[in-house]
Write a protein that binds this ligand. Structure first.
Ligand SMILES: Cc1cc2nc3c(=O)[nH]c(=O)nc-3n(C[C@H](O)[C@H](O)[C@H](O)COP(=O)(O)OP(=O)(O)OC[C@H]3O[C@@H](n4cnc5c(N)ncnc54)[C@H](O)[C@@H]3O)c2cc1C
Length: 256
């Protein structure tokens, strides 16, 4: 993984809740797609700065932490939705939410030419072999990873997918050659992370018999509740569940 200075090339609304930012940079030719659920860190300039001063080298994290508070760039974690190394470009889909933090505000206002820095990527999706089907669950922040996971399934694989977005206008076409059952859940203006929408949907799901794996991402407490249900009430093996708290109510997941 390496640091990649980038600039915003384009910004496009995908729906009321999602904006796709295309970033380009001279070193993104090396940004190879190593699989779905591909995470990266994005560094954003603080107010009053135009470029994030990001240290490089193996000790970048300590050097970043040692920067004075007023210039240390904001660091947040996002998913690479598409990478086009031949063009030196990547796309990241940002959820837009009133009252979220600097990462969300940056995405909402991003204009061509704005500067940022990426560190990564690292693909995390690693279901165990020998499965009969996969359960994939997440909120809007997980939609970029879910879409990539589903796209990468092979024709012999089966998956049950549950995605929570605000309204039907935030749904996306999930292209796949696999046998996939997708359920879209709508908050309809209710705040994310504070309802049992995802948990209730998974609870009520008729899942196939056999060995299933699960991938669950979204608000940290929701993710924990879904995982607990799968292990305690559905007899999933804990080792077959990949789960990730992508954000947490009332706090930043990444240190500032
Ligand atoms: C591996 C990984 C991959 C991720 N991929 C994506 C992605 O592709 N797209 C994406 O949009 N997000 C993604 N996220 C989630 C994203 O990192 C967080 O939503 C992040 O907190 C946003 O930063 P912020 O500066 O806006 O808010 P923060 O400063 O982190 O938090 C400020 C406040 O905003 C609230 N908040 C943060 N995010 C949300 C939200 N989505 N909805 C409601 N309230 C929120 C927090 O509870 C907190 O109170 C990913 C996270 C991880 C760990």
């Amino acid at each position: 993984m390496a640091m990649h200075p980038v600039r915003v090339k384009a910004s496009r609304r995908l729906g009321p809740q999602l904006v796709r930012i295309t970033l380009s940079g001279p070193t993104l030719a090396d940004f190879v797609d190593d699989g779905p659920d591909q995470r990266c860190k994005i560094f954003l300039p603080r107010d009053g700065h135009t470029a994030p001063p990001v240290p490089g080298g193996p000790d970048w994290y300590e050097a970043w932490r040692a920067l004075p508070d007023d210039i240390r760039p904001i660091m947040r974690t996002y998913t690479i939705r598409y990478s086009r190394p031949e063009l030196g470009e990547v796309d990241i889909d940002f959820v837009l939410r009133e009252g979220a933090g600097p990462g969300t505000r940056w995405a909402a206002q991003a204009r061509p030419g704005d500067r940022a820095c990426l560190f990564g990527p690292r693909a995390e999706y690693a279901p165990p072999p020998g499965l009969d089907a996969q359960l994939i669950v997440g909120d809007a922040t997980a939609l970029p990873a879910i879409a990539a996971i589903v796209e990468n399934l092979s024709v012999t694989q089966r998956a049950w997918v549950f995605v929570e977005v605000d309204t039907p206008a935030d749904e996306q076409l999930l292209t796949t050659c696999a046998d996939v059952s997708t359920t879209w859940l709508h908050l309809g203006g209710r705040p994310p992370g504070r309802t049992d929408t995802l948990l209730d949907a998974v609870r009520g799901a008729e899942l196939p018999a056999g060995r299933l794996s699960a991938w669950v991402a979204g608000e940290a407490a929701v993710v924990r509740a879904v995982r607990r249900h799968l292990v305690c009430e559905r007899d999933f093996s804990a080792a077959d569940i990949q789960f990730s708290g992508y954000w947490r109510i009332g706090a930043a997941i990444d240190p500032d």
